[in-house]
Design a protein around this ligand. Structure first.
Ligand SMILES: Nc1ncnc2c1ncn2[C@@H]1O[C@H](COP(=O)(O)OP(=O)(O)O)[C@@H](O)[C@H]1O
Ligand SMILES: [Mg+2]
Length: 259
């Protein structure tokens, strides 16, 4: 079943075409990654799916509704690079607060369980300033899941983390995804990360076919789409496999256009 449908979406800012005629469908429960260079329109695409950005032309629907309707029903969860935790609230309060704001039934036990399964047992009462970068992102992910969102929109959530923590977080997010059966759209500029996580990896390029364009000129388009058929569940051992290397090479080739 289709969860997210993007039809002929274009977003322009003045003269700048951030997204040009993008169409895609994402199935319920699918894990889709979007990879591309800086400035190619990844965040714009995610924001349009989340109802934070209006299409200039085209349309987006989430489970048959407008993104705005999905958002106000708390069916969308956002996880950004900047974790956006409230500094004066504890880890546990940060997780429960959004759900409370959304008017859903409180579920303090569920929040505690999530904290524990995200490896934050014992940090319920810690403030964000007392947590490492990886821990803060775990809280932000737990918060989105606790909200009860069907769709998780993640914009380079591990971008600020060191590489080892990043790999661990990748394994972690896959485990949470397996257990909670969300639809995930995950934006990254890391090709290995995009391949490791995905059922399907979309390659976005900002390069225009016209001469003289640079990758920072906007005009984001989907230039490649790859089904990632690596076996699941996946853990760090995947990184060393030949199949993984082959997939990464294919995505890189689409990204750099040197086929
Ligand atoms: N609110 C805005 N106003 C004007 N230009 C914007 C705005 N948001 C993004 N852009 C431009 O749109 C292009 C795509 O941006 P973005 O979606 O943030 O790319 P990415 O996330 O891939 O780095 C960039 O050239 C960026 O400068
Ligand atoms: Mg971005």
């Amino acid at each position: 079943m289709t969860m997210i449908s993007v039809e002929n979406l274009s977003v322009t800012y003045g003269d700048l075409v951030a997204l040009d005629d993008v169409s895609l469908d994402i199935d319920d429960g699918e894990f889709v990654t979007v990879v591309g260079p800086s400035g190619c329109g990844k965040t714009t695409l995610l924001r349009a799916i989340g109802g934070l950005e209006s299409p200039t032309t085209g349309r987006v629907s989430v489970d048959g509704d407008t993104p705005e309707a999905a958002q106000s029903a708390a069916r969308l969860g956002f996880v950004f690079q900047d974790h956006t935790l409230l500094p004066w609230k504890t880890a546990l309060e940060n997780i429960t607060f959004l759900r409370k704001m959304a008017g859903k039934d409180p579920d303090p036990e569920g929040a505690r369980d999530l904290l524990a399964t995200t490896g934050l047992d014992g940090f319920e009462d810690a403030r964000p300033s007392e947590l490492s970068g990886g821990m803060k992102q775990r809280v932000a992910i737990a918060r989105a899941i606790h909200l009860g969102a069907d769709v998780l929109l993640m914009d380079e959530p591990f971008g600020e983390l060191d590489e080892i923590t990043r790999d661990e977080m990748g394994v972690e997010i896959l485990r949470l995804w397996r257990e909670n059966r969300k639809t995930v759209v995950f934006v990254t500029h890391s090709v290995p990360e995009a391949v490791f996580l995905a059922d399907r990896c979309l390659v976005v390029s900002g390069t225009t076919p016209t001469a003289g364009a640079t990758t920072d000129d906007g005009v984001g388009r989907i230039v490649g789409e790859f089904d990632i058929d690596l076996p699941r569940p996946r853990d760090e051992s995947v990184f060393g496999s030949e199949a993984f290397g082959t997939q990464v090479a294919r995505v890189r080739q689409a990204l750099h256009g040197d086929e």
